[in-house]
Design a protein around this ligand. Structure first.
Ligand code: G1P
Length: 275
């Protein structure tokens, strides 16, 4: 049902300078795997086979990563290193990667709008922000949980988690009524509110299921926080019509857009790899 996952990946990654001066932040590795590959694997697990990436200048490494490297593969063929490319090779075989560029940084809403040409305007699609690295050691990945929920509700879905009140200014925040365990009918959404203006401490995490109407709504949405076109504002307009639910997902999320979260993720995956 949902076969396309959009990856907005045009941001500068200024929090990781100088590492991100010439390298896309989405290519920063947690252990030996780039952040965006974790996202792509989560999307595949959820049933997607088209990965639509919104890139920008200086992001070519992403395109190259999801392509065959004949020279490298020839070089290591038959050696013990060959196995290290097994996963990425299987990803390339299973999926189609499509790309378009966001020429100017006009916000996440604008980046998603740019994806229209890749995802089409007639079917629902998923969105993963690769710097939110999510794992669920207990079962299904976060996107798969959301895709299953979509089958039931057939509306936009945002992933949410509780954050400390002093951190709400970093997130889109939702307000809503609980309609089931871990599920809210969203009535209001605010992008990066100051602590005294935040309706709740339920933050939006970088996983979305969007229905195609969102493109028209984004078109009608005015620039918001920081003068950028915010997907939160477009979704808020949909929420006012009762067309957005928020899902408190099962699993753990690392904020790999920050150095602390990135180190935490690295420690977690290192520990996992040691059994
Ligand atoms: C974006 C969204 C925000 C969301 C966050 C999740 O913000 O605009 O609503 O809560 O991702 O990580 P960013 O972190 O890109 O500034």
């Amino acid at each position: 049902m949902i076969t396309t996952c959009l990856f907005p990946a045009a941001g500068y990654g200024t929090r990781f300078l100088p590492a991100t001066k010439a390298m896309p932040k989405e290519m920063l590795p947690v252990m030996t795997k780039p952040l965006i590959q974790y996202g792509v694997e989560e999307a595949i697990e959820a049933g997607c086979d088209v990965m639509a990436v919104i890139t920008g200048r200086g992001k070519r490494a992403i395109t190259d990563h999801f392509d065959i490297s004949y020279e490298l593969e020839h070089q290591i063929k038959g050696s013990s290193k060959e196995g290290l490319l097994k996963d990425i090779r299987s990803i390339i075989e299973q999926c189609t990667f499509t790309y378009t560029r966001q020429n100017e940084m006009k916000g996440l809403g604008d980046a998603i709008y740019k994806g229209k040409v890749l995802v089409g305007d007639d079917k629902p699609f998923a969105v993963i922000l690769a710097d939110d690295l999510c794992v669920n050691p207990e079962g299904d990945g976060v996107l798969k949980q959301m895709v299953e929920l979509y089958e039931k509700y057939r509306c936009c879905i945002v992933a949410t988690m509780e954050v400390p009140m002093e951190e709400v200014h970093k997130y889109g925040v939702i307000e809503g009524n609980k309609i089931e365990d871990n599920i809210y009918m969203v009535s209001n959404m605010v992008e990066k509110p100051e602590v005294d203006k935040a309706p709740t401490n339920l933050a939006v995490i970088g996983r979305y299921i969007l229905t195609p109407e969102i493109f028209n709504v984004i078109k009608e949405t005015k620039p918001g926080k920081n003068g950028e076109l915010q997907i939160t504002d477009a979704l808020c307009a949909q929420a006012k019509k009762g067309m957005v639910i928020a899902y408190r997902f099962k699993g753990k999320r690392f904020d790999c857009g920050s150095v602390d979260g990135f180190v935490e993720a690295t420690n977690y995956f290192y520990k996992e790899s040691q059994g």
